[in-house]
Design a protein around this ligand. Structure first.
Ligand SMILES: [Zn+2]
Length: 132
């Protein structure tokens, strides 16, 4: 098993940034003028180098209706950048195994190996979502 190469990591970073941009563009229709200004500032920032609030949190704070899916995915992307920074990127969050670079190139925000992801999805499907 190998860790992603520097070249792979470069590709993955670009994929994450593209995805982040695409999600923000999807959300753009929902932003008011203040939100759009805030978005432009956020997008100019280096991903992962924090500030006090993550991109996903900032979008969540804008209180946009129908943005749950995008916010969820933005959080996964933020988390992937944070793992890159801390050196945990490519390590399964559940079992600690190395995630194959091919999987990371297909799913850059993946935080689990294939086996753990499948197990997680089974558990999640059984639990369902809490009803309000
Ligand atoms: Zn695992």
């Amino acid at each position: 098993m190998t860790r992603p190469s520097r070249e792979d990591l470069g590709k993955i970073t670009l994929m994450l940034r593209d995805r982040q941009k695409a999600l923000l563009e999807e959300l753009q229709a929902e932003f008011d003028e203040r939100g759009t200004q805030q978005l432009i500032e956020l997008m100019g920032r280096e991903p992962g180098d924090g500030g006090d609030v993550s991109l996903a949190d900032a979008v969540a704070d804008m209180n946009i209706q129908r943005a749950d899916r995008q916010i969820h995915e933005l959080r996964d992307i933020d988390a992937a950048f944070a793992r890159m920074k801390s050196g945990d990127f490519g390590i399964c969050a559940d079992c600690g195994a190395e995630i194959p670079p091919q999987r990371l190139l297909a799913h850059p925000a993946a935080k689990r190996c294939m086996a753990c992801q499948q197990r997680h999805e089974r558990l999640f499907a059984q639990e369902g979502r809490p009803k309000l």
